[in-house]
Design a protein around this ligand. Sequence first.
Ligand code: AMP
Length: 282
Amino acid sequence: MQVFRTGADWNKIRLQFIQSNKSIGLVPTMGALHQGHLDLVKKCGAQADCTVVSIFVNPTQFNNQEDFEKYPSSVKEDLDLLESAGVHYVFLPEVGTMYPSSPVLKLNFGHLERILEGAFRPGHFNGVGVIVSKLFHIIRPDLAFFGQKDLQQVAIIQTLVRDLSFPIEIIVVPTRREEDGLAMSSRNRRLSDLERKTALIIFESLSVAAKELKEGKEWLVVQEQIFRQFQEQESVKLEYFELVEREAFEIKKQFDPHQKMAICAAAYVGEIRLIDNLIINS
Ligand code: AMP
C-alpha cells in the first residue's frame, strides 16, 4: 500500500493504470475508520482494478467548529486497517493541498439545501460538493463509493455528477450496523457508555416507524408518536424524523408503497449529533 499526499504524486502513479486500461475506484472518507468504511473498500476492490481511499477531515463541511475540532482521528490505525483490507493507495492530503486558498465558489443544490441535513447544517452540502469535486478532479476515478448511511449526501453526489457531467459511476453501499442495530459512525467513538446505549433509540424508532407504516398506520400519527417518545428521553434531542421519497429526495406526508421511500432521522445524543435512515421499500 502506498500513501501519497498530492495530485502531482498521483498523476505519476495513475499513468500505469491508464496505459493498461485498468479502472480506478475511489472511496472518500474522513478517517476514524470502521467496518462501514471497510464495506465500501471491499465493494471497491470487487468492482475496480485499483482502490484509492482518501482520508481528509474536510473543514468546509463542518457548520459547527467544535464538531470539527473534536472529530476523531486515528491515522495510524486507519492505515493498518486499509493495508489489511488490500487497499492499493491512500490519499492523505494536507489542508493546504486541498485548499491553497479559501474557495469563493458556492454550490447550491436547490431543494436539497432546504430539507433535513441541508436545513439543519447550513453550508454543509456546499462543503461536501466542493471537496468531492476536488477529489474527483485530482484522482479522476472511474467509480466512486458512498454509504447509504448518508442518504441525502448520496442525492447530493448524484446531483453533482449529473449537473457537472463527471464521467464517474456512483455506487451506493448499504449501512453497516453494530450488533444491536446502531449505525456505525466515526462519531460513535465520542459517546459515553450510557450515551452509546441511549443512542439505540434512533435505530429502534426507525424500525418501529417502518413496521407501523407497512401495517397501514398514517405517517403523521407515527411521526408524532416518535417525537413524543424522544421527548421522554432527556439526554436525546430529535432534530428531524421524516418520510422521504428517495428518487426526487422529497419529504412526504403519506406513505406510498409504490414509491421508493425511506425514513431519515437526526438526533443529538448528549453533545454528539448522529444521523441514520431506513429504506422502507427498495
Ligand atoms: P465519513 O468518513 O463519515 O465521511 O464516511 C465516508 C463514507 O463512508 C461515506 O460515503 C459514508 O456514507 C460511508 N459510511 C459511513 N458510515 C457508514 C456505515 N455505517 N455503513 C456504510 N457506509 C458508511
